[in-house]
Design a protein around this ligand. Structure first.
Ligand code: CP
Length: 307
């Protein structure tokens, strides 16, 4: 793997290996160390979890980190992002982690990147968020490893969710038994990667082992969606009442950030069925495994010292 851009670029074996590796990092705390490597975070959209977890992942592996100050970079003077990418690669940066509102931009950047630079997609518009889907499946391996027996339900704005798109691709890769995509009519996805759609929370959560609830994205709210927030909450929020629609031992996941009291109640987010904080923890280990994979697939001359 040269760049990590989308779930559909990796095989089942590669995804399985990455998850196993991340789980091993978590239990053994033995990490590879990469001297003289540098990772740059280029977040053109806000982030807490993804940006910090890439920074921590890199630091655990002795990789230097540069957090680009985009407000004061030369792009504010009109420099094209492709020239920013070439500039940072020329200075010796090995990995560019990019989050951008434009769908496909990390892919475009990977095509113009010099050979020495790996590009990781940290979320591109409403298109894909592959490292999030990987950490979500790492969490499933921990709590619900029988993937071919599982019913997973994803609830929220599926039409505009890069998280849901990448999760659908992972469910397809691992042939999850059933995937229910639950949303009001105007938030159902235009295209289906895997699973089936329903507007009924009751139908979608019936016999579900895993509930993934998505953030109501106020920044992507569109007038044409005709969504009323209090109606959405009444019909689709995960609450002490609605969680009873799923199996008794169902787990609840959420990519964050949370809108408490909108798509999820605190009693659920902080309750015994929540795996939300474990997802956040797993994000660091999963990103370490992805970084390791990019370096391992380089020429074998690379310096890798196990400690
Ligand atoms: N899940 C996720 O991408 O969170 P951040 O926006 O905080 O990175």
């Amino acid at each position: 793997v040269k760049h990590f851009l989308n779930i559909n670029q990796i095989s089942y074996d590669e995804a399985y290996h990455l998850i196993k590796r991340a789980l091993l990092f978590k239990t053994d705390a033995i990490y590879p160390r990469y001297a003289h490597k540098v990772l740059a975070n280029l977040f053109y959209e806000n982030s807490t979890r993804t940006r910090i977890s890439f920074e921590l992942a890199a630091k655990h592996m002795n990789i230097d980190v540069v957090n680009m100050d985009l407000a004061h970079s030369s792009e504010s003077k009109g420099e094209e992002i492709r020239d920013t990418i070439k500039t940072i690669a020329s200075m010796g940066i090995n990995i560019a982690v990019i989050r951008h509102v434009d769908e496909g931009l990390p892919h475009t950047m990977s095509e113009c990147a010099p050979n020495t630079l790996h590009v990781i997609n940290a979320g591109d518009g409403t298109h894909a968020h592959p490292t999030q889907a990987m950490l979500d499946f790492m969490t499933l391996f921990q709590y619900k490893p029988n993937l071919s027996d599982l019913k997973i339900a994803i609830v929220g704005n599926l039409k505009h969710s890069r998280v849901a798109n990448s999760l659908q691709a992972m469910c397809k890769l691992f042939q999850v038994r059933e995937l229910a995509l639950i949303a009001p009519e105007s938030w159902l996805p235009n295209t289906l990667i895997y699973g089936h759609m329903t507007t009924s929370l009751q139908d979608g959560l019936h016999q579900a082992d895993v509930i993934v609830t998505l953030r109501v994205q106020h920044e992507r709210f569109q007038a044409c969606d005709h969504i009323n927030l209090s109606d959405y909450r009444r019909d689709y929020a995960i609450t002490a009442e609605s969680i009873k629609l799923a199996k008794l031992d169902a787990i609840v996941m959420h990519p964050g950030p949370l809108n408490r009291g909108v798509e999820i109640d605190s009693v659920i987010a902080d309750g015994p069925q929540s795996c939300i904080w474990e997802q956040v923890k797993n994000g660091v280990f999963m990103r370490m495994a992805i970084i390791e994979k990019l370096f391992e697939d380089e020429a074998p001359s690379l310096q890798r010292i196990l400690v």
